[in-house]
Design a protein around this ligand. Structure first.
Ligand SMILES: [Cu+2]
Length: 214
């Protein structure tokens, strides 16, 4: 199947806002068979189960809620002779959770996303920085995606864990498949109380938020 046909009728050629690897990533998703997707979802589920089991001991005393939700919403729209807008975003963009708590991510869009912890200084602040997003390429590589390469299917490594298990430091990242290709993804936030985690989607670098760990 050619890019641009089928379930994701998008015009890639005219878009400038995505890093090139992200476009290839999305094209690759379009070309997947359902069985491939099921395998990825199953692998991701297994990895998260291990993650959840290992992090259970960290749950407990904090003052923040034990559970929080992030829903990914938005769509692409345009106004003729004015602009094209991609409103995909995290709801909520800022959330509070206790150390050891669980965040559930639900994707209501037809595109894949990532939930990736980055340093505050790595968050793009200009459209130029979005187009040249360096940390996006680094995290793509950590997921096994070659930012310079041809479409190669979904990221071979759906979950990237840096350092101690759980989401606690820059580099920790998970892929969230398009709506209908796997259910919500749950992650454990294991950063200590008092810390702030900045997160973003490395496919749509304007998708940014932060977690206050309490
Ligand atoms: Cu995204």
């Amino acid at each position: 199947m050619c890019a641009g046909q089928g379930a994701y009728p998008r015009s890639y050629g005219i878009r400038q806002v995505h890093p090139p690897w992200a476009l290839r990533h999305q094209e690759a998703f379009m070309q997947l068979s359902n069985s491939w997707r099921a395998l990825v979802v199953a692998a991701l589920g297994a990895a998260l189960l291990v993650l959840a089991g290992s992090a259970l001991g960290a749950a407990g005393k904090g003052k923040g809620p034990a559970k929080a939700k992030i829903v990914i919403k938005g769509a692409e729209t345009f106004k003729p002779n004015a602009y094209i807008k991609d409103s995909v975003h995290f709801v909520a963009g800022t959330l509070t959770i206790r150390s050891g708590g669980t965040v559930t991510l639900t994707n209501t869009t037809d595109e894949p996303h990532t939930f990736s912890i980055v340093k505050k200084s790595q968050l793009p602040r200009t459209t130029k920085q979005i187009q040249e997003c360096h940390v996006c390429g680094e995290i793509a590589k950590a997921h096994g995606v070659n930012p310079e390469g041809p479409p190669s299917g979904p990221p071979p490594i759906p979950l990237v864990n840096v350092g101690p298990i759980g989401f606690d430091e820059p580099g920790d990242s998970v892929v969230i498949n398009p709506k209908g290709h796997g259910g919500p993804v749950s992650i454990k936030v294991t950063a200590p109380a008092g810390s702030t985690l900045n997160f973003m989607c490395v496919i749509h670098p304007w998708m940014q938020g932060r977690i206050l760990v309490k």
